[in-house]
Design a protein around this ligand. Structure first.
Ligand code: GLN
Length: 281
């Protein structure tokens, strides 16, 4: 027999002990999910007794979280650009810095009509679906090598009501869209180098899909391929918009220049790290 307020106290202590900063908030969200109530309900009913089966389930979730399982996978949802995205372990959890990529593309393409965009490596669909929401004239083709990721992205596009302007194709980079023409190519490819991969936090390394993170020996494999294989399209896109890892912006800008792009802009994130490379013909 345990009351809401005691359950929350114990869980936040356990999460805090595991090094989780937002321990209390996470405990509240997990408990409200298990009880199928809102967080506000918890405040108003902190003397309420939790049934023991429900409490066992809550404890299991808290334990998994304390072991390092990402909060977004436990809740099954993560917000990105103000929209709720379903996430499963088949997809990378959308990162806040990726909003800079979306905002940069929107700024570039706002007011253009009939734009056809290609996103390579769609994952949860966070980028493609936010772009579809913010650019009502855009049609978007989204490619991913992982059919399981595409299923999540397709589900999100239905849920967020933009499915009619998105198409999802399984395959390796440009292979499923060979010979087609796009206004812009957008990608947040896997960019973690082999050395960095070993150092990743265990909550990333042990849970998030390696296929979405591993950028080859120096982390640049996919930028080399994204620029060199543009020849497979009918024409080079007018805009390339790429998220890059820390310290990669210069190398990626050079690759874009070598692929014939002359106007290159690097956009920093809030920490001042160049995070997005925009390249125009
Ligand atoms: N930003 C992600 C991380 O730090 C990496 C995303 C990627 O490889 N594209 O874990």
């Amino acid at each position: 027999m345990i009351k809401v307020k005691e359950a929350l106290q114990r869980a936040s202590l356990q999460l805090q002990g595991a090094g989780i900063t937002a321990a209390r908030r996470e405990a509240e969200i997990l408990l409200s999910a298990v009880l199928k109530k809102t967080r506000a309900w918890l405040y108003a009913h902190d003397e309420e007794i939790i049934e023991s089966e429900t409490y066992v389930l809550f404890q299991q979730w808290v334990e998994r979280r304390a072991q390092g399982e990402p909060f977004a996978y436990l809740c099954g949802e993560r917000e990105f650009m103000g929209l709720p995205f379903v996430v499963t372990p088949a997809v990378l959890i959308p990162r806040p810095e990726t909003e800079i990529l979306v905002e940069a593309v929107v700024q570039e393409l706002q007011g253009w009509h009939n734009v056809k965009l290609l996103e390579v490596g769609v994952g949860s669909g966070a980028i493609a679906i936010s772009l579809a929401t913010l650019l009502p004239y855009a049609r978007i083709t989204a490619v991913d090598i992982s059919p399981a990721a595409l299923a999540v992205a397709a589900f999100n596009s239905e849920r967020l009501q933009v499915a009619e302007r998105l198409s999802f194709l399984a395959g390796d980079l440009y292979a499923p869209v060979r010979g087609q023409k796009f206004t812009a190519v957008i990608s947040n490819p896997p960019y973690i180098s082999a050395a960095e991969y070993l150092m990743l936090d265990k909550s990333v390394k042990n849970y998030e899909p390696r296929v979405a993170l591993d950028g080859g020996p120096d982390g640049l494999t996919f930028y080399r391929r994204l620029s060199a294989e543009l020849k497979q399209l009918a024409a080079p896109p007018q805009l390339l918009a790429l998220e890059v890892g820390q310290g990669q912006a210069a190398a990626v800008s050079t690759l874009c220049r070598e692929a014939g792009y002359q106007k290159i802009k690097q956009i920093p994130d809030l920490a001042g790290i160049p995070r997005v490379v925009l390249a125009k013909l």
